[in-house]
Design a protein around this ligand. Structure first.
Ligand SMILES: [Zn+2]
Length: 93
């Protein structure tokens, strides 16, 4: 009789343990986000939500730098297009 009780306790403990782990995993996933740019998974790390996507600090920094240098980049692209146009005209293509 005692043996059976122990077995039952064991099963209950196992069940309880798995339920507890399940709840814990659920609790954890709530604080877990995948960065949509680098696809790394972050847990409780500072992240920004943009639309329905999360972005990590590293990517945010890169994005900020890209945005900050956007004017220069745009001017370079314009200049390049102009040069290409001039060259095409000169070559009569
Ligand atoms: Zn990232």
């Amino acid at each position: 009789m005692e043996g059976r009780d122990t077995k039952r306790d064991e099963i209950l403990r196992t069940l309880f343990e798995s339920k507890r782990l399940e709840a814990y995993a659920e609790y954890r996933t709530r604080d877990m986000h995948v960065c949509f740019l680098c696809e790394r998974i972050f847990y409780k790390k500072p992240m920004k939500k943009i639309g329905n996507k999360w972005i990590c600090m590293d990517c945010m920094r890169q994005l900020r730098d890209a945005i900050m240098s956007f004017d220069v980049w745009e001017k370079e692209a314009e200049l390049e297009a102009e040069i290409r146009k001039k060259m095409d005209e000169e070559l009569g293509v």
